[in-house]
Design a protein around this ligand. Structure first.
Ligand SMILES: Cc1cc2nc3c(=O)[nH]c(=O)nc-3n(C[C@H](O)[C@H](O)[C@H](O)COP(=O)(O)OP(=O)(O)OC[C@H]3O[C@@H](n4cnc5c(N)ncnc54)[C@H](O)[C@@H]3O)c2cc1C
Length: 479
């Protein structure tokens, strides 16, 4: 892939940082190439609403190509960057191709961090992409469906237990939405279970939820969540996560639906630069957003590590957008032979929702909670959603959720049979345990890994068969 006659600015990532940088360069005498591994810009702050069936994926995403279609100096490439050759000024792609640049803006964002336990991901998906949101929606809805069919009380209780790990804004928003679904949305739809009896646990290793907020806002959010019916476990670190449950030190909790909202780490692209990174894998940059020793490269958004007034600039969308605009401005200044300017983050406030119509908001010195904070949250999110169609649809969906207490996107997609088997405790190379058997009841017990689970389950079945019970479809010996 070759560049044209104008200097080529390659932007990796069409999220809040990259897209805002590309748009800010619309009048610059450069050729902009925006590279993303997804074809869409995603409004991540509303992902939890897709995960909890309030919104559809297309309500919160927009094809990047469409967003930039009127920008004559911009092109969009679909592809995944795997490394950057700083000396050769090329971005290498997964398919072996590479893109040459004169100037580079890296805005590849962040991904989940399982604190050294990548094996937990299979049982506790995080929320970062549309696929993640759809997977969580699937698991949540299937858990209710499997509970409706389940005769064993212990297993049914495990199916109706939902654990959200991590009480930052995403965890709080997920937990609030889950409680409301069970208490208000699904209440009348099932015949054999009472969805309102579902337990939603929000687990946090720190002493309070929303740690980045003031203690008052955090206490207000806690009260609002508890009033909704959410169970909080504060000061409890998760020590094990398995297909049937989680452990918090001595305490084990049987659950089939775990959602990970606990940690993030920078895109692995940062490692390819061979420069110093912080503990979360983010790139240490200079105050003008450039890479030390490489003024032609800027790193922005969640991928960047920069302090301001002794505190790290937070990984939030306003910071990414402001950095995107600043990177474009500095790039133009450098090309015009003017000195580049240091970046300064302007914190306009933070917001987190709790269920259908509650929130906490910190706007400068103003702190509000409850319905008023939710109205502010609603206006801000509608304003920043890209595309008139999306704004209109989302407002309509929210009105529907608010007035009808309904969730329009309650569709289970994917291999439902397999999902039901997983939820009911039947996995590959395992047996279907007859309803009513003690083994089935014991299957609700949390386990820490597939191999140990198979051995344990085989023993449980053996015990039950010794007592005269009958298990059908036992496939092969345990490991
Ligand atoms: C569930 C959730 C809820 C959030 N809620 C809020 C909120 O309420 N308020 C708030 O301010 N912030 C919120 N955030 C944080 C906010 O979304 C991020 O701070 C912001 O998106 C960072 O912007 P970015 O441009 O750095 O990265 P992103 O927006 O993540 O964009 C990165 C882009 O790079 C692309 N990409 C990644 N790797 C590659 C690669 N190797 N090659 C090519 N392309 C690549 C991705 O596809 C993506 O399009 C939330 C985040 C999440 C996950």
């Amino acid at each position: 892939m070759t560049a044209g006659t104008r200097p080529r600015v390659v932007i990796v990532g069409g999220g809040f940082g990259g897209l805002w940088a590309a748009q800010a360069l619309r009048k610059a005498p450069v050729q902009v190439t925006l590279l993303d591994r997804q074809n869409h810009h995603l409004f991540q702050p509303l992902l939890y609403q897709v995960a909890t069936a309030a919104l559809n994926p297309s309500d919160i995403a927009q094809p990047i190509r469409r967003v930039l279609r009127k920008q004559a100096n911009a092109e969009v490439l679909l592809g995944e960057a795997v490394s950057v050759d700083l000396d050769g000024k090329r971005v290498r792609l997964r398919d072996g191709k590479s893109v040459a640049y004169d100037r580079l803006i890296l805005a590849a964002g962040a991904t989940h961090s399982y604190f050294g336990h990548p094996e937990w991901e299979a049982s506790a998906p995080g929320l970062k992409t549309i696929n993640d949101a759809l997977e969580i929606r699937r698991r949540m809805l299937v858990a209710f469906e499997a509970a409706e069919r389940e005769e064993d009380p212990a297993l049914r209780a495990a199916l109706l237990t939902f654990a959200v790990i991590g009480a930052g804004p995403t965890g709080v928003e997920m937990a609030g939405a889950l409680v409301e679904i069970s208490r208000q949305v699904l209440q009348r739809d099932f015949r054999h279970i009472d969805p309102a009896a579902a337990r939603v646990l929000l687990i946090e290793a720190g002493p309070r939820i929303l740690a980045a907020y003031t203690p008052e806002s955090s206490a207000s959010a806690q009260r609002q969540l508890e009033r909704l019916g959410c169970e909080l476990r504060l000061g409890k670190a998760v020590t094990a996560v398995g297909p049937n449950g989680i452990s918090l030190g001595d305490e084990t909790i049987g659950t089939r639906t775990v959602i990970w909202a606990a940690g993030v780490q920078a895109s692995p692209l940062a490692r390819s630069l061979g420069v110093p990174l912080d503990r979360a894998g983010r790139v240490h940059i200079q105050s003008d957003l450039s890479l030390p020793g490489h003024p032609e490269v800027q790193v922005i958004g969640d991928l960047a590590s920069l302090e301001q007034d002794g505190k790290p600039i937070p990984g939030v969308s306003p910071a990414a957008m402001q950095m995107g605009r600043h990177a474009a401005r500095n790039l133009e200044r450098a090309m015009a032979g003017q000195p580049v300017l240091p970046f300064r983050y302007v914190d306009k406030g933070t917001l987190a929702t709790i269920g259908r119509a509650r929130a906490v908001a910190e706007l400068g010195k103003i702190r509000i909670g409850g319905f008023l904070a939710w109205l502010v949250w609603l206006l801000v999110h509608i304003f920043f959603l890209i595309g008139f169609r999306n704004r209109f649809l989302v407002l309509f969906e929210w009105a529907w959720v608010y007035f009808r207490k309904e969730r329009g996107a309650r569709l289970i997609t994917g291999d439902v049979g397999k999902l039901l088997e997983r939820a009911s405790g039947v996995t590959e190379n395992q047996e279907v345990i007859a309803p009513g058997s003690p083994a089935r009841s014991e299957a609700a017990r949390p386990t820490l890994g597939d191999a140990s689970e198979r051995i344990w389950r085989a023993k449980a079945i053996q015990r039950w068969e010794n007592e005269g019970g009958h298990c059908f479809e036992a496939h092969g010996p345990p490991d």
